[in-house]
Write a protein that binds this ligand. Structure first.
Ligand SMILES: Cc1ncc(COP(=O)(O)O)c(C=O)c1O
Length: 456
């Protein structure tokens, strides 16, 4: 389901309750029209009206991705002996990411996305700890509250307890709180570069030092920033140290399908050493189907995303990424300046790159989001504190004025109105303030069920 912004629009979709494979196959043309019709209400990302989910760097990039992807559409990296091409793409992409993130001899794997990379990093830490911290029989990882929920997923899947610690007023994790949360069961400390909610980079140097002092692993989640922060720094913007240049950082995740502008299904999980990566693998010698070895969570590993990731890194090159980073940063700063020019709104913290959040101490931001929806924008809602989120790419460059003016108009509209008690604003307000979060989690589960089209 992802972000809750989908709640209200998805609710109105109409599905058949039950569907069978048709007795006779349909014609290609009919099907293509059906596919086109199906997307009629989908988010309008190409026009820069959305601020998450799709990273769009222009039609030339899209075409290149499409062509590279299609060349390896059927290939499967499950067996690298059968498809040495894919193994080469994977090794090259990992190596290019390592060089970008200050570790030319990095070890790593390609995965299907940030979540799988994070799952793999936590699985690796757990299995490493079984050997290196055997007293940690109920392993724990210490996480900033702002860290991506993929770590929560990893906690569920791998039986590693997630211990969340608060952030300071600047939305960066409080390292003293992290220190206080370490127990003899702790195996892993985590920081984000940047964290998604406010786009600020955690104090990675301090976190990594703490981890190294205590003999723990340290993962930096650079899923959203890994393919952006190095260019942002090169352009002269201040970027704190966050990668393998920081002693004590033992693993990183970085998504090529975010600011690397690759096709979806492409991320890397990186390790300081091959020895550490070995804990990620699953091998099984007794399967009647043959000797089995799998580096990541997936069995079948589609070749398309690997080929497209490899191709886009070569196609754009440093020059292309710097151009895109410059445009994204200038656009983000212009939009933030627009937001700051509206007295009722403020930007949260000091975002390091082109993702940020804004809030208001005077009006209901969820009502503001509803009003923006009506003008055709899809602005993401956040909580703790209530705020709205934007991820900026070159697709937004031509909209700076329109975004600012629509925000200004919507603020005027929402100010003093009862919009906070209506529509999705009322629901977000209620869900955000319910003290029993397990009730909210149950609601989310019910909601996910309600989207399902089957009647079982
Ligand atoms: C900081 C961060 N980490 C991890 C993820 C998860 O990535 P994915 O959606 O590719 O699984 C995201 C997604 O937005 C993210 O922003």
């Amino acid at each position: 389901m992802g972000k809750i912004w989908a709640l209200e629009s998805a609710r109105t979709l109409q599905y058949a309750a039950s569907m069978q494979i048709p007795a006779k196959g349909m014609g290609r043309e009919t099907l293509m029209s059906a596919l086109d019709a199906a997307r009629a209400r989908d988010a309008n990302w190409r026009d820069g009206k959305t601020f998450s989910l799709v990273y769009y760097a222009g039609d030339d990039v899209l075409e290149l991705l499409h062509d590279a992807f299609m060349k390896f559409f059927s290939e499967n990296a499950l067996n690298p002996m059968a498809f040495p091409s894919l193994k080469k793409f994977e090794s090259d992409v990992v190596s290019m990411a390592g060089n970008l993130l200050s570790h030319p001899s990095v070890a790593g794997s390609m995965t299907s996305g940030g979540t799988e990379s994070i799952l793999m990093a936590v699985k690796t830490a757990r299995d490493w700890a079984r050997e290196h911290r055997p007293h940690a029989t109920a392993p724990e990882m210490v996480l900033p509250i702002t860290v991506h929920p993929a770590f929560e997923k990893a906690a569920h899947y791998f039986g590693v307890k997630a211990v969340h610690v608060p952030a300071g007023a600047d939305y960066r994790v409080d390292v003293d709180a992290m220190k206080a949360a370490i127990t003899d069961q702790t195996i892993l400390l985590v920081g984000s570069a940047p964290a998604y909610p406010q786009g600020v980079v955690d104090p990675i140097t301090d976190i990594a030092r703490l981890a190294a002092d205590r003999g723990l692993l340290c993962h930096v989640d650079a899923c959203v920033g890994g393919f952006m922060l190095p260019w942002v720094r090169k352009l002269g913007y201040p970027v704190p140290d966050f990668d393998f240049a920081v002693p004590g950082v033992t693993s990183m995740s970085a998504d090529v399908h975010k600011y690397g502008f690759a096709a979806k299904g492409a991320s890397v999980v990186l390790y300081r050493s091959r020895e550490l990566r070995r804990y990620q693998y699953v091998t099984y010698a007794d399967w009647p189907g043959g000797l089995y070895g799998s580096p990541t969570a997936a069995g079948t590993r589609p070749g398309g995303p690997m080929a497209a990731a490899w191709a886009v890194l070569q196609y754009l090159g440093e020059e292309g990424y710097l151009r895109i980073a410059k445009q994204s940063m200038e656009t983000a700063h212009a939009v933030m300046a627009g937001i700051r020019s509206i007295p009722e709104l403020h930007v949260l913290g000091e975002p390091t790159m082109s993702i940020f959040a804004f809030g208001s101490s005077e009006l209901d931001v969820y009502a503001l989001a509803d009003a923006m929806d009506k003008k055709g924008w899809s602005v993401d809602r956040q909580q703790k504190p209530p705020s709205l989120h934007m991820m900026i790419t070159p697709a937004h460059a031509r909209h700076v004025e329109a975004i600012t003016e629509d925000l200004r108009g919507c603020v005027a509209e929402v100010r003093g109105s009862s919009a906070a008690n209506e529509g999705s604003a009322a629901m977000y307000g209620m869900l955000g303030s319910l003290p029993d979060r397990s009730q909210v989690e149950a609601f989310i589960g019910q909601f996910m069920d309600s989207l399902d089209t089957t009647t079982a």
